[in-house]
Design a protein around this ligand. Sequence first.
Ligand SMILES: *Cc1c(COP(=O)(O)O)cnc(C)c1O
Length: 367
Amino acid sequence: MTATPTAGLTFPVTPSAVPVSEQRRAEILAAPGFGKFFTDHMAVATWTQGAGWHDAAVVPYGPLQLDPAAAVLHYAQEIFEGLKAYRHADGSVWTFRPEANAARLARSARRLALPEISEEMFLEAITQLVRADEAWVPSGGESSLYLRPFVIATEAFLGVRAAHEVKFLVIASPAGAYFPGGVKPVSIWLSQHYTRAAVGGTGAAKCGGNYAASLLAQNEASENGCDQVCFLDAAENRFVEELGGMNLYFVHDDGSIVTPELTGTILEGITRDSIVELARDLGHEVSERRISIDEWREGVASGRITEVFACGTAAAVTPVGKLVSPEGELVHGGGVAGEVTMKIRNTLLDLQYGRTQDTHGWLHRIV
Ligand SMILES: *Cc1c(COP(=O)(O)O)cnc(C)c1O
């Protein structure tokens, strides 16, 4: 499906007649957690075959009316994005590389046979929504307003083909610090029976189906006392791919850093991509290549791999304390957050919160 012209598509705001009270909002923002509370508004637009995108608006937040035959409910034709709005010390509000999220949403759309959304339309939707709900952008600590753009097939039709009616929405949810009690290494379970993505599949698309398929493996991780699950490649069950929703990095004793290369089965994380550049700025040699589970095990045993960390928008950078499998536990760096991991984490957060100069031009001002 080709992109349809969206030049000049605006998102006029219809303010909510029943916004959350200032007092209740203050209570929520004091301890928002993650993904539990939603702002007063949402952005929405409709696409119909032939007409393209139309009826774009920011409207009061509320339930959707969907026909029970809507294609998304049956065939999972759905994609999404995740990014944050950060409040800086001077009160201004910024997003981080939203153009990269727009580009990835367009790639995901192509893979799921959904209509593409232009960068201009994507930026307009998040800008108007964040401006309408500016009071919901928390300040202080590592808090933010998490933005969730998504696209669903709404056509009521049970035949199997790409839908002729689609909706784009953006909802927003205040998020507290991922580690309220200070950064703590996570434990990860090596998935034994399940893979996340195969060559030619949807691993590089940010689609709900990938997550549905990862939940049983995540349950297996929990049953084994772990926080997250790590997937190996589907073809050989040998090469490290990523976690259910975060990319992985390995730090070596000589300061060099490795992340699994993008082979079409790994989600192209914007945090991952940013760290390639930030780590180079910090003087680290960074390479993207395949890394096997044996290299991981032997590297930790020999002391060559000194730190492992995971990264993604939600948590920024998360130290990995140990890898657990039936073969035993592999502990990294004594189970405490490593020095390089924390240096990269702080560099990224300082940039996102406007505490250092944005030499890459990655910040995009909204308010
Ligand atoms: C979203 C996502 C990531 C992280 O991507 P960011 O752009 O850094 O937030 C990593 N893996 C998967 C499977 C994801 O869905």
